[in-house]
Design a protein around this ligand. Structure first.
Ligand code: FAD
Length: 412
């Protein structure tokens, strides 16, 4: 419950995305009766991003279904949503923020939930028309007409966004080339078995997947991209390109307040930054994970929701702790990947089930302890693994490897 002192306070949220919207809602649910102001620099009210590379991009989902809440919700909850307003600075001594238009707004508690925009290329031709990035509704809207055309799209980066757009583009009938510098797709986030599976999946769907292939620059004519030139000297003609080479935490505002930065805005387990009146949540923030005993910065909807909740409750005087097991999903073609945990540091991988039958899971272990699981079309394995990872379990490897053995027998 909110403390009495908090009732007359003013909560200000910068970033009207998944984490910001959750924090506002959770602050109200905790009984906060003061003013809540939420600023977002996009034109739309808070919305979910996952469909931007999937159903929405494919034209299978209406824009209204993207919005996290109907407009009436913010009115009912007395959450003053100011979208289309960019915040340019924080003054922690005066406890004010400055909007780009010049307005100054005071806060008692402030949340930074500014997300992680895509890393941009700086090579020659990177600013040609037809070179796309994907983070916002506006980005997805710009890409949708491309999918209605004929011809080739070159996708730079075989991470989740690159591969999801590749699947959407193939579904729309485009020719697709994916360029990946590493020797396997998803190399940064998944083990070899998962990479091999997705490589085969995309090739089976006709994607021209180039591994160990580095983009040098884009070529263009009349201001539009016409080809991707590789460092090898090869040139791949294309009518459009999509760059998916990762995202960088948006920390510029936090830096104006001299907040501690550590791969994103530093927070403690209560989502509090190095300034006790300022909180941070979502893609822009890093937090100490008790599960992994190190600092993590996650880019996922579940992280934005759970950390947003903790920030929202704690801004009202609560003492919630954020330590959920990380999880994530990705949909490509008719394949659903669900992942739990962080596999970095794993020394052993156990494959359960059959990649050929498109239902399997990979269990990542470090000295017997389960760090993470990638489950392909296997929601049962995902459900069990969530609990095992959260409990820092060291499950019996024989049971993991035997698809006939009951995974639930591993639960405490
Ligand atoms: P955001 O939702 O990005 O919100 C931050 C907001 O702050 C943005 O609107 C930004 O414009 C605004 N902002 C930034 N600076 C300022 C400023 N100075 N003033 C005002 N406003 C500002 N996750 C999954 O778990 N599963 C998926 O399948 C999945 N698919 C995805 C597909 C795509 C195409 C993308 C882009 C992301 C996907 N994600 C997925 C990731 C997920 O959407 C993000 O992790 C999540 O949106 C993070 O929420 P957030 O609130 O931290 O940031």
């Amino acid at each position: 419950m909110a403390t009495k002192a908090a009732m007359s306070e003013q909560i200000v949220i910068i970033g009207a995305g998944q984490a910001g919207a959750q924090a506002a809602q959770s602050a109200r649910q905790a009984g906060f009766a003061g003013r809540i102001l939420m600023f977002g620099d996009e034109a739309e009210p808070p919305y979910q991003r996952p469909p931007l590379s999937k159903a929405y991009l494919q034209g299978d989902l209406d824009i209204d279904r993207l919005y996290l809440r109907p407009a009436a919700f913010y009115e009912q909850q007395k959450i003053e949503l100011r979208h289309g307003v960019r915040i340019s600075a924080i003054d922690p001594a005066a406890k004010t923020i400055a909007a780009a238009g010049g307005e100054t707004i005071g806060y008692d508690k402030l949340l930074i939930a500014t997300g992680a925009p895509p890393r941009r290329l700086t090579c020659q031709g990177a600013d040609l028309a037809g070179v796309h990035y994907l983070r916002t509704i506006a980005d997805s809207d710009a890409l949708r007409p491309v999918l209605a055309k004929k011809g080739r799209i070159v996708i730079v980066g075989a991470g989740y966004i690159g591969l999801e757009v590749a699947a959407s583009a193939r579904k729309a009938g485009l020719d697709v080339t994916v360029l990946e510098m590493a020797d396997r797709p998803l190399a940064r986030v998944a083990g070899k078995e998962i990479s091999d599976f997705y490589e085969a999946l995309h090739r089976a769907h006709g994607v021209d997947l180039r591994l160990g292939a580095a983009l040098d620059h884009f070529e263009g004519a009349k201001g539009r991209v016409t080809a991707a030139a590789l460092k090898s000297g090869e040139t791949i003609p294309c009518m459009a390109a999509l760059v998916g080479v990762g995202a960088a935490p948006s920390t510029a505002l936090a830096e104006t307040a001299d907040l501690r930065i550590a791969n994103g805005v530093w927070t403690d387990e209560h989502a509090r930054t190095s300034d006790p009146s300022i909180y941070a949540a979502g893609d822009c923030a890093s937090h100490p994970s008790a599960i992994y005993e190190r600092r993590l910065r996650l880019e996922s909807v579940p992280n934005a929701i759970e950390q947003g909740k903790v920030a929202g409750v704690n801004m009202t005087g609560g003492n919630a702790v954020y330590d959920a097991a990380p999880w994530f999903w990705s949909d490509q073609y008719d394949v659903k990947l669900q992942t739990v945990g962080v596999s970095e540091g794993a020394e052993e991988r156990i494959v359960r089930g059959s990649p050929e039958q498109r239902k399997f899971s990979v269990w990542y272990l470090q000295r017997g302890r389960l760090l993470a699981v990638d489950a392909v079309n296997d929601p049962a394995a995902f459900a069990v693994s969530k609990r095992l990872v959260a409990a820092k379990s060291s499950p019996d490897a024989k049971i993991l490897a035997d698809p006939a053995a009951d995974l639930k027998s591993l639960l405490p």
